[in-house]
Design a protein around this ligand. Structure first.
Ligand SMILES: Cc1cc2nc3c(=O)[nH]c(=O)nc-3n(C[C@H](O)[C@H](O)[C@H](O)COP(=O)(O)O)c2cc1C
Length: 174
């Protein structure tokens, strides 16, 4: 499977920055725990060789992941399978029990087979953030039409404790 490096990668697909903020927070928690970590948008990731673990996240739009995250998980399946992987989605605005995906799963249905083969250590959904002043054109219209609440529903405490558990796992303390 080739060389596996020592760093941890947090990589994400974000349209308006909400998911990028979650990825940055995860990176911060990992670094504070002494885990050497890079945080990068998925479309800027080249070689996975420097990384021994990957945390992959995407914003959710109309029940799906952002395309660059879909491309990433599909095209990197083999490398991801050889590493510990954690997956998060940044979706619902409003009540946390509101599903991000049709059918209420933890990932878009089309990605379940590839995710299964990668055997992620954990798959979670965090609340998202939608800001009226940032949304452009059709996005604003769609969100108004489905009457999704606007605002910041990112649960920083939940994000922090998830990242702390990852750090413990990576340091062999779980
Ligand atoms: C047009 C549009 C469609 C959305 N569709 C969904 C959805 O199907 N499920 C969901 O949980 N969240 C949905 N959201 C909420 C976003 O996932 C949430 O705002 C996310 O945190 C945005 O991340 P970003 O700022 O990284 O792009 C939608 C938001 C917009 C603007």
């Amino acid at each position: 499977m080739g060389i596996v490096g020592t760093k941890t990668l947090v990589t994400y697909a974000s349209k308006y920055g909400g998911t990028a903020g979650i990825a940055e927070k995860i990176g911060e928690v990992l670094r504070e725990a002494g885990v050497e970590t890079d945080v990068l948008p998925v479309d800027r990731v080249r070689d996975l060789a420097p990384y021994r673990a990957v945390i992959l996240g995407s914003a959710v739009y109309i029940g799906g992941w952002r395309k660059p995250a879909v491309n990433f998980i599909r095209s990197r399946e083999q490398e991801l399978s050889g590493r510990p992987v954690w997956i998060f989605s940044s979706g619902p605005t409003g009540p946390a029990d509101q599903g991000a995906f049709m059918g209420g799963g933890l990932l878009p249905k089309a990605l379940l087979p590839v995710a299964d083969r990668i055997h992620p250590r954990d798959v979670v959904i965090f609340g998202g953030a939608a800001f009226a002043e940032r949304l452009k054109g059709l996005d604003k219209w769609i969100l108004n039409n489905v009457k999704a609440p606007l605002g910041d529903f990112r649960d920083w405490a939940a994000i922090q404790s998830w990242a702390e558990a990852i750090a413990r796992d990576l340091k062999g303390q779980n």
